[in-house]
Ligand binder design. Structure first.
Ligand code: ACO
Length: 381
């Protein structure tokens, strides 16, 4: 059975920032209330030109560049989203076209904010069975379009964005090692958009009742998250043969800093081993975990061999926990000098290209050294 190594990562956040102070001018709220209850300072809001498709394409191009792949090398594109451009067709198909991924199958996956981890699990299965070699998994949302900007219970919480990873078949035990997925459909109405689906298609009544907006019972979600997440975290760790102290980094769904704090206390994971960016982006739903993963890599918080715990929960209600062993991209010498790799560096100077090649070569050499002397890294830490 093959493993699914993460060889590329990328993110896209709209430039437009909406701060808590901005919100104070829209609804009866305050920076103090929002920050103390949620940990959010500001969030990004898509402009009318930005869609789930455009944001996903931008995040995916960044991920493909790091992976050193062209779109047409992809076999499958999975887009975790609850806010696609259209009810029909799937955003994945339009993204496939934009990326030139002409050989790829493509579909959307809806599992609320847990969707990206669900997507990672699905993509990994396709690779494990040997059916596909390269899979792109995206988490992307424009929840701002479904918010009632007069409802202070919800409009202060969410933001827009997209994150993506590229998976590649590997013989080494890397990528997703274990996952635990679940759903509690009895709680479907704790977070939902009542109108616009086939039960209540768009009509004047749907608009008059405000059923095209997100309805949320925050306390129910809070209770669900703080009781379910520690349990599934321990379950998935046991499946991977690990304990909480083996985890280098916990990347939780960025819904509420207090939920994350409570989960970490129960798991006895110290805060320096938890990745939080909710203060900058708010809750970006299915995009929150891939965006956070991407930023964690960019900040140098993950090294080859590290174990990452991903914890998601959301509308459904759904949950998803996964243990990922981080690996480095398998950069072959031939790819190092390939046109793809050089193009990744454009537009940059010759000196930058050379510097990038040198860095990549160093990465490969370091990786080889770790393979030859696996104890060396631990001793040097
Ligand atoms: N500004 C000021 N006051 C507010 C605001 C606001 N933005 N929103 C609510 N309040 C008021 C309420 O009206 C209430 O006032 P009252 O006591 O006079 O009735 C008071 O603040 C307290 O309300 P609570 O609901 O008890 O506040 P709580 O401490 O539970 O925090 C929150 C609310 C932040 C929503 C919290 O319950 C939460 O984070 N729940 C989880 C939400 C979540 O995770 N959602 C998304 C998950 S799934 C996904 O990501 C798609």
């Amino acid at each position: 059975m093959k493993y699914a190594r993460i060889i590329g990562w990328g993110k896209y956040l709209p430039e437009k920032i909406l701060s808590n102070q901005d919100l104070e001018r829209i609804v009866d709220t305050s920076d103090e209330w929002i920050y103390s209850r949620t940990g959010i300072r500001e969030r990004r809001i898509a402009t009318p030109d930005e869609t789930v498709t455009t944001m996903s394409v931008a995040a995916s191009r960044a991920a493909l560049a790091i992976a050193g792949l062209d779109g047409d090398e992809l076999d499958l594109i999975i887009v975790a989203t609850s806010s696609p451009d259209y009810l029909l067709p799937a955003a994945a198909s339009m993204i496939q076209h934009e990326l030139g991924a002409e050989h790829a199958a493509a579909f959307d996956l809806r599992a609320g904010c847990a969707g990206f981890v669900y997507g990672l699990a699905v993509g990994t299965q396709f690779i494990a069975t040997g059916m596909y070699h390269h899979v792109l998994v995206i988490g992307a949302e424009i929840i701002s379009k479904f918010l009632d900007w007069q409802d202070r219970d919800t409009c202060v919480l969410f933001g827009d964005g997209a994150g993506a990873v590229v998976l590649q078949a590997s013989e080494e035990p890397t990528g997703l090692l274990a996952c635990c997925l679940g759903s509690s459909g009895a709680d479907y109405d704790a977070l939902f958009v009542p109108g616009g689906g086939s039960k209540y298609p768009f009509c004047q009544e749907v608009l008059d009742r405000g059923w095209h907006h997100i309805k949320m019972n925050g306390r129910r979600l809070y209770r669900f998250a703080v009781t379910t997440l520690p349990q599934v975290a321990l379950e998935v760790l046991a499946m991977a043969g690990l304990a909480p102290h083996d985890i280098t980094l916990l990347i939780p769904h960025q819904a509420n800093a207090r939920i994350v704090q409570s989960v970490c206390e129960r798991l006895e994971i110290p805060e320096e081993r938890v990745f939080i960016n909710i203060h900058k982006y708010g809750n970006t739903s299915a995009a929150s975990i891939p965006i956070a993963l991407c930023e964690a890599v960019e900040e140098g918080r993950l090294n080859p061999g590290d174990h990452v715990l991903l914890l998601g929960f959301g509308a459904g209600l759904t949950w998803a926990a996964a243990v990922v062993r981080w690996g480095v991209p398998e950069l072959s010498i031939s790819r190092l000098f390939s046109w793809n790799f050089i193009r990744e560096c454009v537009p940059v100077s010759e000196a930058t290209v050379t510097a990038r090649r040198a860095t990549a070569l160093l990465t490969v050499l370091t990786h080889c050294l770790w393979q030859l002397f696996p104890g060396g890294r631990e001793r040097s830490l």
